[in-house]
Design a protein around this ligand. Sequence first.
Ligand SMILES: [Zn+2]
Length: 134
Amino acid sequence: MSNEWEAGATPWLRRHQPNAGYGSEPNPIQCMFCGSRTVKRSGTDHDDDPGRIELYCDNGLCDAREMVLLVKRDGADSGLRADVRALHLIDDGTLDDVHAAYPPEARSYSVADMARVFKGVAERRTRKPSPPKG
Ligand SMILES: [Zn+2]
């Protein structure tokens, strides 16, 4: 496999582990936290989003069970993603209390409009997806 990746391309891990899910993974990778070779794509990982991968560590002795790998800078438009922008706001102190800034009843119509226009990837980038059925 090539060691190249460009913005928008399928991440290597999705080719290495073509099936995300809750069962055993024949090609696990090394956990960045415990070092065990027990990491697989989470059942909530979304194939349509090339800039974000959700992972799960299957080592019962590792507390880092659910993880997200998010591309913050890719030379393209990753900086425009809602999840990347939210992280920047938290990291630079602009948004120090998410619950105060966005109480549960608050809605953003521009996000909903985006989700309608760019169904699929935009939904994934703007809100947590529903758990897979079945
Ligand atoms: Zn681990």
